[in-house]
Design a protein around this ligand. Structure first.
Ligand SMILES: [Fe+2]
Ligand SMILES: [Fe+2]
Length: 195
């Protein structure tokens, strides 16, 4: 079940990006700065993660579970799909802040803090549900032959991303933002982005 390990490795990567997003948000609010360009970089990266990871879940793993009779309209898959939709809506709210034509006001920074915190809490809780509930459930639900096929589909997906240069681009963007906004132990998100 190499596919699940790939997904969990991607979880660890995005968790560290979320910690950097919180460090960035904290510094921006504390210093009263206007950082639309940097927020745009975070938004681009989070959208790449959505494409790399959430679409791999939806189009390959979840799809395989549905084809094998797992319920779609209630239960864990319904919750995961709703979380993905909410994640996209919250990233759109961050994008709206990044796209503003005027310099950020204190109100914009307040919204940044609120929205970045919402996104961080949402995605970290979503990841915990997948790591601890959905993925173990999928391991028990799908027979071994399905996992061989899933691993092959994941390999194909990764090869396409690698061939397009998107995998390298994604990793470089992760490194760029983690280095610019390091969070060695990671802020505790329970109270928001460091607040
Ligand atoms: Fe997910
Ligand atoms: Fe996930």
């Amino acid at each position: 079940m190499q596919a699940l390990q790939v997904l969990m490795n991607e979880h660890r990567t995005v968790e560290s990006v979320l910690d950097s997003l919180c460090m960035f948000t904290q510094a921006t609010v504390e210093n009263g700065t206007d950082q639309r360009d940097t927020l745009a970089r975070f938004v681009e990266l989070l959208r790449m993660f959505d494409e790399l990871h959430h679409m791999k879940e939806e189009d390959i793993l979840f799809d395989r579970m549905l084809q094998n009779g797992f319920p779609r309209d209630n239960g864990p898959l319904a919750v995961m799909l709703t979380d993905h939709t909410t994640c996209r809506e919250v990233v759109a709210a961050l994008a709206a802040l990044a796209d503003r034509t005027e310099v950020w006001t204190d109100e914009n920074r307040r919204v940044l803090n609120e929205t970045a915190t919402q996104y961080t809490l949402l995605l970290k809780s979503h990841i915990a549900k997948e790591d601890n509930v959905l993925y173990p459930m999928s391991e028990r639900f799908l027979p071994p032959s399905q996992w061989t096929e899933l691993d092959r589909c994941f390999d194909e997906f990764e090869k396409k991303w690698a061939g397009d240069g998107k995998l390298v681009d994604f990793r470089e963007r992760v490194d760029e933002l983690r280095q610019a906004w390091p969070a060695e132990d990671g802020p505790t998100p329970a109270g928001g982005c460091g607040f």
